[in-house]
Design a protein around this ligand. Structure first.
Ligand SMILES: [Fe+2]
Length: 252
């Protein structure tokens, strides 16, 4: 069984369009998103409409659940007062520009989705999709987290050897196997932070004996996104952030 897993699109419609085009050539059985459909770029309604139009199911990112529930901030991390200011500008802009329909859709997204590639009539393996971690969608699960942390999260999720937990939220892709459980961070479609501006996603293949994880990067019309950010009331810094693959100092 082959899945395409896309996360952290963050309203970057050209990046999403390019990724869906690429996925179309890969013969996947299904595509799922891991949340953070909106925030930071000027196409929140259009991004949600495209995801819904393609019938792509997925989970609620922190941006989706905080916009959907009128929370006081997006639950994003910032490291200095300017980042905090930018974070609030983006969150308020997004809240003001999503339609009622989009907001209701975001509020209704599930926290977690389980896939059983061999069918629910068999015991395993299980692929568990969440945005941040199995406990909170705001918690950052970075590659430098200890094996103990990963196993603790696996325990929360009820994952066993042979299972796969897939998540995003940090915008930096990584994959490791701890005691037979695979931990896969998909990186970000619309706002990568690993120094590579190209849209990122994962192709996950669950075979009878092995799990294969492919990190894919796709070029997209970056200038279209940067110009649209400049034409909106969103901070121009967000465009520069995209150009550098997240190597400028703005909120996560
Ligand atoms: Fe995100």
């Amino acid at each position: 069984m082959i899945y395409a897993l896309i996360s952290d699109i963050h309203a970057n419609l050209p990046a999403l369009e390019a990724v869906l085009e690429d996925i179309g050539h890969r013969g996947v059985a299904a595509t799922y998103h891991l949340g953070d459909l909106v925030g930071y770029a000027p196409w929140p309604d259009e991004t949600v409409a495209l995801i819904r139009g393609r019938g792509i199911s997925g989970v609620a990112g922190n941006y989706d659940s905080t916009v959907g529930t009128d929370y006081k901030h997006c639950g994003c991390r910032y490291e200095d007062p300017r980042q905090e200011e930018l974070s609030h500008i983006s969150f308020n802009w997004t809240r003001q520009h999503v339609s009622t329909n989009t907001k209701e859709f975001l509020a209704g997204l599930p926290f977690r989705i389980d896939l059983l590639p061999n069918g629910g009539h068999l015991a395993g393996p299980r692929v568990i999709l969440v945005h941040g971690t199995p406990t909170l969608n705001t918690l950052y699960w970075t590659e430098d987290r200890s094996d103990d942390f990963c196993l603790k999260m696996a325990g929360h999720a009820g994952a066993r050897a042979g299972d796969v937990i897939v998540f995003g939220h940090t915008h930096i892709p990584w994959h490791r196997d701890v005691e037979g459980i695979h931990f896969v961070n998909t990186g970000s479609v619309g706002r990568p932070k690993d120094g590579n501006w190209r849209a990122g996603y994962v192709v996950l293949e669950i075979g009878s004996r092995a799990v294969r994880v492919e990190n894919v990067r796709v070029e997209y019309d970056l200038e279209r996104t940067i110009l649209a950010i400049q034409d909106s009331e969103l901070p121009d810094e967000f465009g520069e952030h995209l150009r550098t693959g997240g190597r400028t100092s703005v909120p996560r």
